[in-house]
Design a protein around this ligand. Sequence first.
Ligand code: CIZ
Length: 301
Amino acid sequence: MIELAQEINRLKQERNAVILAHNYQLDEVQAVADYVGDSFYLSKIAASVACEVIVFCGVFFMAETAKMLSPEKTVLLPEADAGCPLADTIDAEAVRVLKRQHPGVPVVCYINSSAEVKAESDVCCTSANAVQVAGLLPGNKVIFIPDSNLGNYVAKQLPDKEFILWEGSCVTHAKVQVADVLKAREKYPAAKVLVHPECSPEVVSLADFAGSTSEIIRYAEEMPDRQYLIGTEAGVLCRLRASQQHKEFLLLHAGLFCPNMKKTRLESIHRALLANQCVMKLDSTVARKATLTLRKMLEMV
Ligand code: CIZ
């Protein structure tokens, strides 16, 4: 493993490459990455970092987003079939139907969506800025796609707006049930419960804090409490356990592992750099429109 990591570093220099890893990636992947974070943070890095090649350790829509924001760079996705079932719940035609049903209502798409869906939307958002983005839009109605749990969470923070939701959800976050929270609270009464807004509204309502991966990490790093029950993908434990060794972090559900995020291994990164595998390519019309949707988010927040 050490040899492979060294070889990755050598190839990185040779190809003038930078490795970006999402907070949900395996520990070994986070360890070789130059930047680790959520997709909003990583998108901004992708757009500004000086390099020729970006290796995006995440899922398909993330590498697509990086390519849109840095079209002149070669963007590699180490595992070509690392997808996102949530993003796959909606396609461009379904967005067009929603727009015909609700003419003039702005469409906010969560970053977990394909380039085609982004191209049909007015503005993008991440879980870290969804409330802010939706709140800044004119009018009192919003179409929010594709995650209905995140949409419900945002709607609760913006009671003056009516939300039209798409019934998509993340299969990994959906595993956390109310019973898991109640059981964990009984067993660890002093622990703080931190969950992602992709969890169900019932689970979110029982938590001490709901936020994106970066917000969960920040909260746990800043708060004095010693014990935390985490309701998001297990990858966030990597940074938390390393930076907060005096605190204890437990998952609310033993199955909080996203199979797509966990596809990328050191071998995948090595192969991608060596053989230039899985180069992101986008249709130019779709990319132009989707980039406007992404840039609108970057301008707004
Ligand atoms: O924004 C992201 O990267 C996602 C998908 C989740 C999060 O909260 O980091």
